[in-house]
Design a protein around this ligand. Structure first.
Ligand SMILES: [Zn+2]
Ligand SMILES: [Zn+2]
Length: 101
């Protein structure tokens, strides 16, 4: 199911997400340098970045979060910086899982 960007509440607070769930594929980074980066190879799926509402294109730079959601690198970095400015903990825009340890 494709969720449209407009459905996402952009006023996200850090909720008590159950971080004890061990189903994550990636380790939680401590800082931006440790974020899991990858290049989108194009999977033939209709996937869009939930932050900028643009479909991923082959060889886009993506960042995978520990919750397994991914975004354009530039979009999530911008999001993280925005959260830092607001002095709130950066969390995944979709599932609210904390991005950093
Ligand atoms: Zn984006
Ligand atoms: Zn997430």
């Amino acid at each position: 199911m494709k969720i449209h960007c407009n459905d996402i509440d952009t006023h996200i607070e850090t909720h008590n997400y159950d971080s004890t769930a061990n189903s994550f594929f990636f380790t939680t980074p401590k800082n931006e340098e440790e974020l899991t980066r990858t290049i989108y190879s194009g999977r033939g799926e209709e996937l869009e970045c939930r932050l900028c509402c643009v479909d991923y294109e082959k060889s886009d730079k993506l960042v995978y979060l520990a919750c397994s959601h991914f975004y354009h690198e530039s979009c999530i970095i911008e999001w993280i910086n925005k959260k830092k400015k607001e002095k709130s903990e950066p969390a995944c825009p979709v599932c609210h899982h904390a991005i950093f340890k």
